[in-house]
Ligand binder design. Structure first.
Ligand SMILES: [Zn+2]
Length: 71
């Protein structure tokens, strides 16, 4: 007899970093979603999305210039 694997559930729990405030959000907990250059960004609050929408380059480039440092 075969049993169903429970590992499938883990795929739903992928998390993303809010590029504005650095908080971790998941597609489930995210308040706002915004597509920019074919990438999807998730935000913890409307105010974060608005900041990103105003100056997306500021937050996207941040990654490369400084590298990733744990807060
Ligand atoms: Zn945020």
């Amino acid at each position: 007899m075969k049993r169903f694997s429970q590992d499938q559930n883990h795929k739903q729990l992928q998390s993303y970093r809010d590029p504005v405030c650095g908080m971790e959000v998941s597609p489930i907990t995210a308040i706002e979603v915004y597509d920019y250059k074919h990438k999807t960004y998730y935000f913890c609050a409307a105010i974060c999305k608005e900041a990103f929408e105003t100056e997306p380059q500021k937050y996207v480039q941040h990654h490369r210039q400084h590298g990733l440092k744990p807060a």
